[in-house]
Design a binder for this molecule. Structure first.
Ligand code: ZN
Ligand code: ZN
Length: 257
């Protein structure tokens, strides 16, 4: 982890890592991955756009993993900024937005937004996209009934970054295959074992995230989607029981890929 980005590197900047709301120091889930002149933003949860420099909007691609508001609320800020920045001559090309459930009422509403300078694309389990050096594919995971939710795999040169999105432990087996040998796994850990939820529910515990990282043989685990009121050290110590190279994501941190 480092605090400053350098040119010619692929890096991840955390724009938000908590739920269900943002506060002064952190925001809901959002991750900027930058390589060359291309920028990928995975999810844009509430409050997260304030950690992104809007002067850098050229070449931005936004992927929304599922249509829960803690993952797409700030899309409106990118949409409106794209229009104004374009009109003011600061943005040449429309930004690209990738949405699940493309024909659903929520996706339709987002796409019909008039005050935006965006292109829209559909994601599903068979979708594959190449954006600059990013090669991207998806895995449908169990999360909330009726909400299509996609884990995202990004290959950049010889490195692989996996983002779990929100996920139930019932998807563990297929997700372990999807994430096998990845360099970085950004994995949700909304819960702790002490919270008392059943083993299979809508989210993962830090212990389950650690187990997944171990079984998938990833090099580094970054825990995210933590409960806004919880002490991050509790997530860390629970995951460390099974997997050692782990951190808890915080807004504005930068990880080299
Ligand atoms: Zn969710
Ligand atoms: Zn969420």
């Amino acid at each position: 982890m480092k605090n400053q980005k350098t040119d010619n590197e692929t890096f991840i900047k955390i724009l938000g890592s908590q739920s269900p709301f943002s506060n002064r120091d952190n925001a809901c889930p959002s991750y900027l991955i930058e390589s060359g002149d291309k920028k990928l933003i995975l999810d844009c949860g509430s409050g997260s756009h304030r950690f992104f420099d809007m002067r850098e909007l050229e070449n931005v691609n936004i992927i929304i993993s599922h249509l829960h508001k803690d993952h797409f609320n700030d899309l409106a800020n990118y949409q409106y900024s794209s229009l104004i920045m374009h009109r003011q001559g600061f943005l040449k090309e429309g930004i690209d937005v990738y949405l699940p459930e493309f024909s659903s009422p929520i996706s339709k509403l987002l796409k019909e937004e008039k005050d935006a300078y965006c292109n829209y694309h559909s994601i599903d389990e068979n979708a594959k996209y190449e954006i600059g050096e990013f090669k991207i594919d998806f895995l449908k995971v169990d999360h909330a009934p009726g909400v299509d939710t996609f884990a995202i795999r990004i290959k950049i040169f010889d490195k692989t970054v996996i983002y779990s999105s929100d996920m139930s432990y019932s998807s563990k087996e297929k997700f372990v295959k999807f994430a096998q040998d990845a360099d970085i796994l950004i994995c949700e850990a909304s819960l702790l074992r002490g919270h008392g939820f059943p083993e299979i529910c809508n989210h993962l515990t830090a212990f389950q995230a650690g187990n997944i990282a171990k079984e998938a043989n990833v090099k580094k685990l970054i825990l995210t989607h933590v409960w806004a009121f919880e002490d991050e050290n509790n997530y860390l110590s629970e995951a460390k029981q099974v997997f050692d190279n782990v951190t808890v994501a915080k807004a504005e941190e930068i990880y080299l890929v």
